[in-house]
Design a protein around this ligand. Sequence first.
Ligand code: CO
Length: 137
Amino acid sequence: MRIKRIDHLGIAVADLAAAKRLYEDVLGLKLTHEEVVQDQGVRTLFYPIGEVKLELLESITPDGAIAKYLEKRGPGIQHLAIEVEDIDEAIAELKSKGVKMIDEHPRRGVENTRIAFVHPKDTHGVLLELVELPRRM
Ligand code: CO
């Protein structure tokens, strides 16, 4: 498996308006992409810092992963996303090495990425997201 870089940090927010004030007005970051991911029950907002992005995650359903995370742990860094060259290969390799996956098969992430989450039980409490960026022609 070839890990290329850190793609983004996922940050669960309880109060999106307040979080926007912090990241946009106080820190002066620029919102470059916003997308609702229905099957995840989240609204995502992206703020690049150099090569790495912050992904703010607001729950839009009371029973989604982010809602549950906020209930249990409160707002904060929820996952770390690393870019891999080939996500199918990365999943197969992790599984062959006995690492438990939340997603055994890649699913569609924002901006036509393919993503898969590794189970936090096998990553020492860090929820790890694998990301494969769309191939550029
Ligand atoms: Co993410």
